[in-house]
Design a protein around this ligand. Structure first.
Ligand code: CMX
Length: 136
């Protein structure tokens, strides 16, 4: 399973506006923009961190996975996203290893990336997002 790099770290926040006050204004990270990912019921903001990014996740609905996370655990690190060359191959490796897949097939996430989540119960407690760049 060829791994390219850490794509981003997802951080659950109650409000992107509040989150930016730290990551952009205090830490000085470059703000790259925002978008709504309707399917995931979140609004996301990206900040540049070297070759990787920080993704602030704000729920857009009370039944969003991020709303549930905030309710149970409070704000904080929600997931780690790893860029892979071939997401289908990566999912197949996970299947062979008996991992619990949240997404059996990839779906479209922010920036039109193909994404698939692996359940934290199969990864030692960290929600992992596999992502593959969209075709040029
Ligand atoms: N990181 C680590 N552990 C987590 C977790 C997270 N983000 N979310 C839940 N868990 C843990 C819970 O603490 C719980 O553990 P215990 O049983 O030991 O208490 C267990 O996983 C099950 O949690 P749950 O609350 O019963 O399960 P949910 O119904 O909330 O579902 C999950 C959890 C991961 C399956 C769900 O959040 C999901 O499908 N996530 C993938 C989609 C997503 O997160 N989308 C938002 C981001 C979109 C984007 O980046 O574009």
């Amino acid at each position: 399973m060829p791994i390219d790099k850490l794509d981003h770290i997802g951080i659950a926040v109650k409000s992107i506006e509040e989150g930016l006050k730290y990551y952009r204004d205090v830490l000085g990270m470059e703000y790259l923009g925002e978008e709504e990912v309707t399917e995931q019921k979140v609004r996301v903001a990206f900040l540049k961190l070297g070759e990787s990014r920080i993704e602030l996740l704000e729920p857009t609905s009370s039944d969003s996975p991020v709303a549930k996370f905030l309710e149970k655990r409070g704000a904080g690190i929600h997931h780690i996203a790893i860029l892979v060359d071939d997401i289908e191959a990566a999912l197949s490796s996970h299947r062979k290893a008996g991992a619990r897949l949240i997404d059996e097939t990839p779906r479209v996430g922010a920036h039109d990336m193909l994404i698939a989540f692996i359940h934290p119960k199969s990864t030692g407690g960290v929600l992992i997002e596999l992502c593959q760049r969209p075709p040029e």
